[in-house]
Design a protein around this ligand. Structure first.
Ligand code: NAP
Length: 349
């Protein structure tokens, strides 16, 4: 990985440039990381965000001269992710957090980031979604009752709100539609319950759509435009945030951990229109675009002002991410093929 890769290059040509870009710490993070205690434990680190989050923390610590061990815990269903983490100096531990025994054997840690979740496949096996989103938090919240926590949640905990509202704020009622979203509410409530019971300091981050080149709502739209597919604008609005910014904000949210636990929305600052984004990709990809449907005046949207007042807002501009995405799609970059299904309106995933 190129240590001096620019934070905001003109284009991202391949996965090694993408990984370098996502794991390049900004000076604010390098300063901050000195306050993180070793080891930093990242639970559920084998998914879409965990590997680059863990390596970002490790690189920030190396730059700061801070001897921080970063320990990534997951089942590592994707073995190459585990190898990639080890290669970049992150220790890995294979563990299934549904097993209380396995959780007991994990190393002690003062600072914990929790990324475990299950969304897709809920329609076929809702019981697994509920187990992963409730039992695993219960096991780890008890095991790390004395630690400082950032636990990931999702903007899906809110119901649809009026597009004109600018997005749900943190005090909005958590009354979403569908089993996944309700299991995500339960994930928060389990952390809150154990937090209150044991006096644990926890910040819950309700993330809406991290994006990078290999997955995310922007890539989903760009690929459709590139393939000449009709764009349905019924679910016409969304928020998203560059994954490098989201990862930095997750780490820097550790001092926001409190008791009782508090929740913060994490996403980009603007409400984005599917129609406008598809039109922009049509221009960047030099492909015509056709639309179907009419925008509904409600959408799954979050207002992130509260978090942005406490930590600086995401720094990567939308124009930059659109340019990177168009280049990636045009040049045949690799995709995870994990569509976001951002168009879903009935809560079924
Ligand atoms: N990415 C987004 O755009 C987005 C948007 C909204 C909210 N979020 C939230 O942010 C969190 C992180 O996002 P992500 O995209 O990285 O999620 P992800 O790709 O689903 O990664 C979570 C990882 O947790 C691990 N895991 C699941 N069950 C486990 C278990 N029983 N024991 C140990 N590990 C387990 C899985 O890896 P293994 O198979 O290796 O165990 C999984 O890949 C998620 O919890 C999600 O709710 C993400």
């Amino acid at each position: 990985m190129n240590e001096d890769f620019p934070q905001s290059p003109d284009v991202i040509r391949d996965e090694s440039e993408l990984e370098a870009c996502l794991t390049q710490p900004r000076p604010e993070l390098v300063d901050f990381i000195r306050s993180v205690s070793s080891p930093l434990l990242i639970l559920g680190a084998g998914g879409k965000m965990g590997p680059t989050l863990a390596v970002l923390a490790k690189r920030a610590a190396q730059r700061a001269g801070h001897p921080l061990e970063v320990v990534a815990v997951s089942r590592f269903s994707d073995e190459p992710s585990r190898q990639w983490l080890e290669f970049h100096g992150v220790s890995t531990v294979n563990a299934d957090l549904l097993s209380r025994d396995a959780v007991q054997k994990l190393p002690d840690a003062g600072d914990v980031i929790y990324l475990v979740g299950l969304k897709f496949g809920t329609g076929d096996n809702p019981s697994l979604t509920w187990a992963v989103n409730t039992l695993a938090p219960a096991h780890v919240a008890e095991r790390y009752a004395q630690s400082r926590w950032v636990a990931l949640s999702t903007g899906n905990v809110y119901p649809f709100v009026s597009v004109r509202s600018g997005g749900a704020r943190e005090a909005h009622a958590l009354t979403p539609l569908g089993e996944y979203a309700n299991a995500a509410v339960a994930r928060e409530r389990i952390f809150e319950y154990f937090g209150r019971k044991n006096g644990t300091s926890i910040a819950l981050l309700r993330l809406s759509y991290a994006v990078e080149m290999r997955y995310g709502v922007l890539v989903d739209i760009a690929r459709k435009v590139h393939a000449g597919e009709v764009i349905d604008v019924t679910s016409g609005y969304f928020n998203c945030v560059w994954q490098g910014d989201a990862n930095e904000m997750i780490l820097r949210a550790l001092p926001l951990a409190s008791n009782p636990p508090a929740a913060f929305n994490l996403t980009g600052p603007s409400v984005l229109s599917v129609r406008a984004i598809a039109a922009k990709f049509s221009e960047l990809l030099n492909r015509p675009v056709t639309f179907v449907g009419r925008e509904t005046d409600t959408a799954l949207l979050s207002n992130t002002e509260c978090l942005c007042e406490k930590i600086n807002p995401p720094v990567t501009s939308l124009d930059t991410v659109l340019r990177w995405t168009a280049y990636w799609v045009k040049s045949g970059g690799r995709f995870l093929n994990k569509p976001t299904h951002f168009e879903v309106r009935d809560g079924k995933y």
